[in-house]
Design a binder for this molecule. Structure first.
Ligand code: PEP
Ligand code: MN
Length: 276
């Protein structure tokens, strides 16, 4: 594999002397890239304070480390629920404080990055935005760790180049997130094909941690636990899992209604974590 000459590929950053080690990225008290896989979990979208709090409590009780949740949602259909926006951010940060879980949430628009950074502990760049270069630059300037999802049609090289934009803006606290790619072969049963094959070349190329989102590849909650185990076995430094509250009425959920795992399944996923 020949990769371009990028700073993101080099291991000789200040404070990073051992080439065999992963660069640790800290989010609040959570360490990404260490021996213990990090479990980030939460709703696809923040829909209300009560829902976000119920899910966050379930995440904490399951042994999760971080809370995920969307306030600005990238929706294919402009008529679909777009997220609660500022109100969603406010709810997320409050619920994060109440449960003691650091929060990761997506910034969709460069104009919102400062606002998102003020409420979140980590900024997510979504799959659809991986090549939104002004957004990457803005996120790189925001002074918060970045979760960089892979574009669903992005090569490894394109993904690394996206990280390079964040690095060039002055931020090396980047965590990659594999979330599945479109192949045309998933045949109606899945949203994407989870590319666990990419983890080793990515880990070999850069010292930055990589986590896996099994939920957006699975598309259905019944397949998430198996993909989670596979991702950790393949060398992921953690997972990003969508969760619904206990007894949730999926017909009322406003985004990704089928793929959030119930709290019991999250407990199983977290319990299967093995520290490297
Ligand atoms: C999400 O994490 O809610 C999301 C929209 O994911 P992706 O960008 O991977 O589709
Ligand atoms: Mn989702």
């Amino acid at each position: 594999m020949s990769l371009p000459d990028l700073g993101i590929l080099r291991r000789n950053w200040p404070g990073f002397e051992d080439p065999a080690r992963t660069r640790v990225v800290r989010v609040g008290g959570v360490v990404l890239g260490g021996p213990r896989p990090v479990m980030a979990a939460g709703p696809c979208a923040v829909e209300s304070y009560a829902q976000a709090l119920a899910v966050a409590r379930a995440v904490r009780e399951a042994g999760g480390d971080m809370l995920r949740g969307g306030a600005f949602k990238p929706r294919t259909n402009p008529h679909s629920f777009q997220g609660l926006g500022r109100e969603g951010l406010r709810i997320l940060s409050q619920v994060g404080r109440e449960t003691g879980l650091p929060v990761v949430t997506e910034a969709l628009d460069p104009r919102h990055v400062e606002l998102v950074a003020a409420h979140a502990d980590m900024i997510q760049v979504g799959s659809r935005s991986m090549q939104n270069f002004p957004l990457l630059t803005e996120v790189g300037r925001a002074g918060k760790p970045v979760l960089l999802k892979r574009g669903w049609a992005a090569t490894l090289e394109e993904w690394l180049c996206a990280a390079e934009y964040v690095l060039l803006a002055g931020n090396a606290d980047i965590v990659f997130c594999e979330r599945g790619v479109r192949t045309g072969c998933q045949g109606g049963y899945a949203a994407s094909v989870l590319d666990l094959n990419v983890l080793q070349p990515l880990r070999a190329a850069t010292p930055l941690p990589v986590i896996v989102d099994p939920s957006h590849a699975a598309g259905h909650w019944t397949r998430v636990a198996a993909l989670s185990r596979a991702a950790l076995a393949a060398g992921a430094h953690g997972l990003l899992v969508e969760v619904v509250e206990e007894g949730a009425d999926r017909t009322r959920l406003r985004s990704d209604a089928e793929q959030g795992v119930p709290p019991g399944v999250l407990r199983e996923i977290v319990a299967a974590r093995v520290t490297a």
